[in-house]
Design a protein around this ligand. Structure first.
Ligand SMILES: [Zn+2]
Length: 422
């Protein structure tokens, strides 16, 4: 089972000074920053997913104008000039690169804004190993539409999006074969139910695809994904390998294997590190809550800015409370300060911000268990307690890297154990 990480320009500054209470971010560029695979050995994923929507931004091949790109124009040009392997500094790491369109970015458009030629050209330029056909995401799911009982009509828009996806998949494999391109074509399947996904997969196999990517999975629960896979297994040929595009929940990934799933991509281990209020630090058996010690600078902490504007806290007080929490947590990590003193200092600083009442117990648990000391990943080894501090992008993103590493390690273990327990 290969785990791909969708690239969204997630880099950290290798020169960031964690020991300084206020080290303003320098905003490192792609060439000075470090990717997760450069900090962690082995790399915390098996490959990287490159979405055209992320790299080039919104826009259409018809007029060639793109906007809101994650990549600067100079970065795009360098990527196309040197290829993904060199651009991402993969070195000797066995990373695979997959290209897709990032269909979610144009979900609101009546049709995909990209042409098959444009996408093939993009994959060629990036020198990806696999290229996913152009697709149009279906923004709904209802397994009841498979039954023949009355009461459900498939929305016309869903059918139309599936037809578009299949027409473009046919065009894509013809074009990919005719050009003798270096990438392996992957057929994208979109559906709204197990039956509709199965129809799609059957058609893609007829077109000649040996690898199929199931899209529209982001909002599905693991049980629904399993139901879709069971439906697809009715038509899947033994040699057809499945990829799950954009998984949010990784609790059953090892179980997906018996349905022919050999790869998936997910951004959630990284994003959970800073988008989730509580389950944001992974360990093999459970998740912990990172301890919030906000940066007492209204320029980087919008909550503080609002609080100061509303008269809830002065900057002087914020700096004093922050300093006390900072010293107490670091002192606790160095075994100089008792646990309860550290928890109390953190909560005193959090109180004006209105933190969740359960945070006291959560923070106490995180600090008491000291998971950063037993993790063994290079991020925890380098950062120590800073890895469990919810504070600024440099720490939070590195905690995301740590989460990727734990996910990858646990996935390997579950697969080695046979996958049933996972
Ligand atoms: Zn770690």
């Amino acid at each position: 089972m290969r785990f791909f990480f969708p690239d969204a320009h997630e880099l950290v500054d290798p020169g960031y000074d964690f020991a300084r209470r206020h080290d303003p971010p320098r905003g490192v560029g792609q060439q000075d920053g470090r990717y997760a695979h450069e900090l962690l050995d082995p790399a915390p994923y098996d490959g990287i997913l490159l979405s055209r929507g992320v790299i080039q931004g919104k826009g259409s091949d018809a007029d060639g104008r793109f906007r809101d790109a994650k990549y600067k124009l100079s970065e795009q040009q360098r990527l196309y000039r040197v290829g993904a392997r060199e651009f991402f500094r993969a070195g000797g790491r066995p990373l695979l690169f997959v290209g897709d369109c990032g269909a979610f970015s144009y979900r609101a458009e009546p049709e995909p804004p990209y042409t098959v030629d444009g996408v093939v050209g993009f994959y060629e330029a990036c020198r990806v190993d696999w290229g996913v056909s152009v697709d149009h995401v279906i923004l709904g799911y209802d397994h009841r539409l498979d039954s023949r009982t009355p009461g459900g009509e498939v929305p016309a828009d869903w059918r139309r999006r599936q037809e578009i996806t299949m027409t473009l998949a046919g065009e894509f494999i013809r074009r990919a074969r005719a050009g003798r391109h270096a990438f392996e074509p992957v057929g994208a399947a979109q559906g709204w139910s197990p039956g509709s996904y199965a129809v799609c997969v059957a058609d893609l196999q007829k077109m000649g695809y040996r690898r199929v990517a199931l899209g529209g999975m982001v909002a599905l629960k693991s049980a629904e994904v399993l139901r879709v896979l069971a439906g697809v297994s009715e038509v899947r040929r033994p040699e057809t390998e499945l990829h799950l595009l954009g998984l949010n929940r990784l609790d059953h990934v090892a179980a997906f294997r018996r349905f022919g799933v050999t790869s998936f991509d997910s951004t959630s281990p990284l994003t959970q590190a800073f988008k989730d209020d509580r389950d944001n630090y992974y360990t093999p058996g459970r998740t912990y809550s990172a301890v919030r010690v906000r940066i007492a600078d209204p320029k980087v902490t919008p909550e503080l800015r609002r609080l100061m504007a509303a008269g809830g806290l002065t900057q002087t007080d914020a700096l004093r409370l922050e300093g006390e929490a900072w010293a107490a947590v670091l002192g606790y990590a160095a075994r100089r300060v008792p646990l309860e003193d550290a928890v109390a200092a953190v909560l005193r600083y959090e109180r004006p911000f209105g933190g969740h009442p359960a945070n006291a117990a959560r923070y106490r648990e995180t600090l008491a268990d000291r998971p950063w000391e037993t993790c063994g990943c290079a991020v925890c080894a380098a950062l120590g307690v800073h890895c469990v501090l919810f504070r600024g992008a440099e720490r939070n993103r590195r905690r995301g890297f740590h989460n990727l590493s734990v996910t990858h390690r646990e996935l390997r273990k579950a697969l080695a154990a046979g996958g049933e327990a996972a």
